[in-house]
Write a protein that binds this ligand. Structure first.
Ligand code: ATP
Ligand code: ATP
Ligand code: CA
Length: 218
């Protein structure tokens, strides 16, 4: 059966999620208080409605209980975001993803049982900062407060060397989990794997270790 999605709040973040889900063939119910926003998404989403998501009756009448996954993308109004999440949980939505404004907001969302909490501005800021520090850092994904995955273009110091020669795990405590070479991807590189020009390494580790690795080799 086709998955049913709901997007609440059609700002830039919610709007972008709505567009992408629809583009990928998803069935999306879009909701916003603002009539202009809703009109903008009438043609894009399967259905777009004007409503206040803090209105329990409205959520029930719109059939939110039948949705598989709802994204709460209300920004500035933290109060509305929290209340909406709480109502969706009570109604019985299976999965709820909420955009958090700050750490305090996140804590409350965790307590009321949001399944996923995202910080798009903060995370994108970090990713961009890492690629600004080094143009060889192509992407950066935070796994937790301490651990991350980074995608790094092999620098001159790495080219022609094997993982053993660079001794990455022993010296820097990070693991090379994959090496991309053109269209090929090796997901279990061995110690004797030689790094070539234009290879892209996917590395997992503690932030402090990745940082040591980057300073020494990237
Ligand atoms: P962006 O994603 O553009 O950064 P933002 O974080 O600045 O957005 P807002 O513009 O504050 O967020 O809110 C996003 C949308 O959520 C707005 O279009 C707003 O009308 C809508 N919204 C706010 N409160 C509610 C509510 N109670 N019910 C439905 N929609 C709401
Ligand atoms: P270790 O005792 O460090 O776990 P190992 O017994 O797994 O090493 P090898 O697989 O031969 O031994 O690897 C030797 C060294 O080569 C490792 O200590 C590490 O520094 C480096 N190395 C090998 N594979 C990787 C990898 N995928 N990522 C990072 N470093 C690697
Ligand atoms: Ca914003």
């Amino acid at each position: 059966m086709k998955k049913l999605y709901g997007v609440i709040g059609l700002g830039r973040f919610g709007g972008s999620i709505c567009k992408e889900l629809s583009k990928e063939g998803g069935e999306v119910l879009a909701l916003d208080l603002d009539e202009d926003k809703v009109n903008e998404y009438k043609e894009i989403a399967s259905d777009a409605v004007i409503a206040d998501s803090t209105d329990e009756l409205a959520l029930k009448e719109l059939g939110f209980r039948n949705l598989d996954h709802v994204i709460v993308a209300i920004g500035d109004n933290i109060h509305a975001s929290i209340l909406t999440t709480l109502l969706l949980r009570e109604i019985g939505v299976k999965r709820i993803t909420v955009k958090a404004q700050n750490d305090y907001h996140e804590k409350i969302l965790q307590k009321i049982g949001a399944d996923e909490i995202v910080h798009p501005e903060r995370d994108m800021g970090k990713r961009i900062a890492h690629s600004i520090i080094s143009s060889n850092v192509l992407d950066y994904l935070e796994l937790s407060d301490e651990y991350s995955v980074v995608e790094i273009k092999a620098g001159e110091k790495m080219q022609g060397k094997t993982l053993l020669e660079l001794d990455i795990r022993a010296k820097y405590g990070c693991n090379v989990v994959a090496i991309k070479r053109g269209k090929e991807i090796n997901v279990s590189p061995m110690a004797d794997e030689q790094i070539m020009y234009e290879d892209i390494l996917i590395i997992i580790g503690a932030d402090k270790d990745i940082s040591r690795f980057e300073k020494a080799l990237v």
